[in-house]
Design a protein around this ligand. Structure first.
Ligand code: NAD
Ligand code: ZN
Length: 277
């Protein structure tokens, strides 16, 4: 860790007020949620064509329903057990203790920024803790308790025969309280469009930003991989935090090499510690 460089970046960062943070799966890695392409990545175990699209999932369910339920249970367990790490907590400190105007633009579907304490989180790839009606688009916020109970329901269903499981398929899906339609997780599956409202908010925020911190994103996913260049063109300072160089590292004013949980508490030193110094 290059402490001198982090200190210099920290000084510049803390002079600014409008701060936008672009995060990817890397920020949640230390909380136990595997990154997209990393060693324990979900998509190495389950193919994205089959498990990352709605039609793929339906097709797989008809072929091997238990494997699809196992996938869902695995996902719920990993996300539901994760707690914010020092990286998330430092970003919350930037808002709560330093009083900065912070917007988090995240590609993550987990709830760790919100649980960590940031109040302004824009989820450009959707949210695992929101259900959306496939018929009327009604959105319903759910919580970890809801997903825990839902997992228990799936586990129960796993005990039946394959045929009964396929027959029951639809009954396992949540129903819309407004119109009776089937509800799905409000996440952006492969090939789906990004939510327009979130995108519009993203652009407005980036255009007003004095600084963008990029944490834990490889920059391989469009259009989030264009956001740092837009910020830079608008004159924002770019600070990148990642254990590995990415396509942004050349453009960044500061590339801070290391894990989010180690670098962010140095970049955003806890205020109480400052006072006692
Ligand atoms: P990615 O897997 O393509 O890249 C992850 C990046 O994080 C890499 O550059 C890696 O070097 C870096 N990284 C790894 N450990 C880190 C750490 N401890 N601290 C900081 N950085 C670290 O992920 P992406 O760019 O976010 O794109 C993947 C897509 O998958 C996103 O669209 C996201 O929606 C989805 N996804 C979300 C979650 C989640 O919600 N937590 C998890 C997996 C995938
Ligand atoms: Zn509905």
């Amino acid at each position: 860790m290059n402490k001198e460089l982090i200190k210099e970046a920290s000084g510049k960062l803390l002079e600014k007020n409008n701060i936008v943070v672009l995060t990817g799966s890397g920020i949640s890695a230390e909380s136990g949620i595997p990154t997209f392409r990393g060693e324990n990545g979900l998509w190495l175990k389950y193919s994205p064509e089959k498990y990352g699209t709605v039609t793929g999932l339906i097709g797989e369910f008809l072929k091997s329903p238990k494997k699809v339920l196992e996938f869902a249970l695995n996902l719920i367990e990993v996300f539901n057990n994760a707690m914010p790490n020092q990286g998330h907590l430092s970003l919350a400190c930037l808002e709560k203790d330093y009083g900065k105007n912070v917007t988090i633009i995240t590609q993550n579907i987990d709830d760790l920024h919100e649980v960590g304490g940031n109040s302004n989180v824009v989820k450009v790839h959707g949210d695992l803790y929101t259900l959306r009606c496939t018929k009327c688009n009604y959105r319903k916020k759910i919580d970890r308790e809801y997903l825990k109970n839902y997992a228990a329901k799936l586990e129960n269903a796993m005990e039946g025969s394959l045929l009964s499981l396929i027959k029951k398929g639809k009954e396992l899906l949540p129903v819309c309280p407004k119109c009776g339609g089937i509800m799905r997780p409000d996440v952006v599956f492969f090939g789906e469009a990004l939510p327009q409202k979130e995108l519009a908010k993203t652009f407005i925020t980036i255009d007003a930003a004095d600084v963008m911190i990029i944490v834990g994103t490889s920059g391989e996913v469009y259009p989030a991989n264009t956001f740092p260049y837009r910020a830079k063109e608008n004159g924002a300072l770019l600070i990148e935090v990642n254990p590995q160089r990415t396509i942004f590292s050349e453009t960044a004013d500061y590339f801070l090499e290391g894990n989010a949980g180690d670098i962010l508490p140095e970049l955003i030193p806890p205020i109480k510690e400052n006072i006692s110094e």
